[in-house]
Design a protein around this ligand. Structure first.
Ligand code: C5P
Length: 245
């Protein structure tokens, strides 16, 4: 993981904007300050693969296609084959789809270089959402579920998982070679006040816990100076990395 020595390479900016123009404007602003751009459902459904070309035209950063696939294995395998043709670095699939589906995703990527990340438990879910009628077991905490699903992702051959920063230590203890990619990053543990993320963590704590990558959207997108906000997070990552040396 040599590239990860550069603190900037660990910061993934979520391009959660509704149009190609706005995406390009952020890519131009932040291209030198983040390691990767994440394209999610909002932007990909609106603009399609053209957005990936536009990111490449305006920066050298890598691309993460966050489509969170969850379907029967044959469909997922073929969708991943299509995604692999776009030359992106990461693609997400939901671990809840089961081992056969995750394996199908890994097969679909083949040796294209595309790495599959399994979404363990969405970071907006908190203990109040952990209800039996939704299929959760009361005797299994969200952390236990995240670790169990990480094990399934590992068995299926995924490169890593998306998890909350609160679960990184437990996942790393059990599956040291899985990449951990952490959304729900907030400057203080109470979040931004009123947004949907519940299992949140600061950049510093996430890196100290062993996170490989941080995914940050609104704290950069909605800042008065997005570039300065990204640079502050990279500085925090850098300090946390020196603390853990
Ligand atoms: O704005 P915010 O920093 O909360 O953005 C987090 C990003 O990470 C969003 O694009 C969201 O779709 C994504 N994500 C997440 N939780 C997951 C997987 C991805 O919040 N488990």
């Amino acid at each position: 993981m040599t590239g990860l020595k550069d603190p900037k390479s660990r910061l993934i900016f979520a391009l959660d904007v509704p149009s190609l123009d706005e995406a390009v404007s952020f890519v131009q602003k932040l291209g030198g300050s983040v390691g990767m751009f994440k394209v999610g459902l909002e932007l990909f459904i609106k603009e399609g693969p053209a957005v990936l070309t536009a990111i490449r035209d305006h920066s050298d950063a890598e691309i993460f296609l966050d489509l969170k696939l969850h379907d029967i294995p044959a469909t997922v395998e073929r969708a991943v084959q299509s995604a692999a043709a776009h030359n992106v670095r990461f693609l997400t699939v939901h671990c809840a789809g089961g081992e056969a589906m995750l394996k199908a995703a890994v097969n679909g990527a083949g040796n294209s270089g595309l790495q599959i990340l399994g979404v363990t438990v969405l970071t907006n879910l908190g203990p109040d959402d952990h209800r039996e009628e939704l299929g959760y077991r009361k005797d299994l905490t969200l952390k236990d579920l995240s670790v169990t699903r990480s094990g399934i992702a590992k068995t299926a051959g995924c490169a890593g998982v998306i998890c909350s920063g609160l679960e990184v230590v437990a996942i790393r203890e059990n599956f040291n070679d899985l990449l951990t990619v952490v959304p729900g990053i907030r400057q203080n543990k109470n979040g931004m006040g009123g947004d949907d993320q519940k299992r949140v963590i600061t950049p510093k704590r996430a890196i100290q816990a062993g996170a490989d990558y941080l995914v940050v959207g609104r704290p950069i997108r909605d800042a008065s100076d997005p570039k300065a906000a990204a640079q502050r997070i990279v500085q925090e990552i850098s300090e946390a990395l020196s603390d853990t040396k």
